[in-house]
Write a protein that binds this ligand. Structure first.
Ligand code: OOG
Ligand code: MG
Length: 264
């Protein structure tokens, strides 16, 4: 790595302050055009360490940009991963304060909880399904710290993949994890359908996203794995939909469950 720890830490502080002070900033690669993938993830790891040092609990991991719709929307080509926190968790039907966010968007996702950890290389869909404890309908609220959500892949990795809030829904019907590629999802804003999608949009099958995460973490090195008992968000099935104060979001997952939230 060309950048020393002091510089990486300074970028992490800059990005985390933007989150905490709800301030949009210019992308990291404007200041540092030669940033490497390793350095981008190292900045994300610094942000994580800063939060953990203040007592924040890491509740899970997330994949991002796993669907063609999202890759096209953001103009990027590869999936990325980040982490989610205890303070990001909002109960189903709960309120999300606009005051604490910059320019939030919502996306329908599927969450996995594993019963045993997985680490690559060589993890495939079948291994993920065999290690799955349960699946849950979930909505992610992303909130890029970059002005107008304008970033490149390395900048968004450093910014913990725009992670902000998430809601886990109630599952009304036991849905087979192996059938998730057939899951139909409808996202409504204030009673009107604004986005629709099917599970296969996520790398062909949402379990493939968990497999890819395990393989990416395996490459990262010793001790990195998809943990058991944590929530793993597999990436947006729908494109991300901007929200404003007063909006009600309802996401219906056919034969699976639903999630609702209110922006106040
Ligand atoms: C990056 C985060 C993408 C997803 O599910 O695709 C993401 C962004 O679009 O700001 O969370
Ligand atoms: Mg997401």
């Amino acid at each position: 790595m060309a950048l020393d720890w002091k510089t990486l830490e300074a970028f992490a502080e800059h990005l985390e302050n933007a989150e905490l002070e709800r301030r949009a900033i210019t992308k990291i690669t404007d200041d540092c055009p030669d940033l490497s993938w390793e350095e981008a993830y190292a900045i994300q790891d610094c942000i994580r360490a800063r939060k953990v040092a203040r007592g924040v609990r890491i509740t899970g991991l997330k994949m991002g940009l796993t669907s063609l719709a999202k890759m096209t929307q953001m103009g990027v080509e590869d999936p990325i991963h980040g982490f989610i926190t205890d303070y990001g968790m909002v109960p189903d039907g709960g309120e999300i304060a606009m005051d604490a966010l910059i320019h939030p968007k919502v996306e329908a996702e599927v969450g996995f909880v594993l019963k045993r950890p997985l680490s690559g290389p060589g993890v495939d869909i079948d291994m993920v399904l065999a290690a799955t404890d349960r699946i849950v309908p979930a909505v992610e609220v992303i909130d890029s710290r970059y002005r107008d959500f304008r970033f490149d892949l390395k900048s968004v990795i450093a910014d913990n993949t725009s992670a902000a809030r998430y809601v886990v829904g109630s599952s009304t019907t036991p849905f087979a994890a192996s059938d998730l590629h057939r899951l139909n999802v409808v996202l409504e804003k204030n009673g009107s359908v604004v986005a629709e999608g099917v599970g296969a949009t996520v790398l062909g099958h949402p379990a493939a996203s968990v497999a890819m995460l395990a393989n990416m973490l395996g490459r990262k090195g010793e001790g990195w794995e998809v943990p058991a008992e944590a929530l793993i968000l597999t990436g947006g099935i729908t494109e991300a939909v901007p929200v404003a104060r007063g909006d009600w979001i309802d996401v219906r997952y056919k034969d699976f469950g639903s999630v609702s939230l209110h922006f106040v």
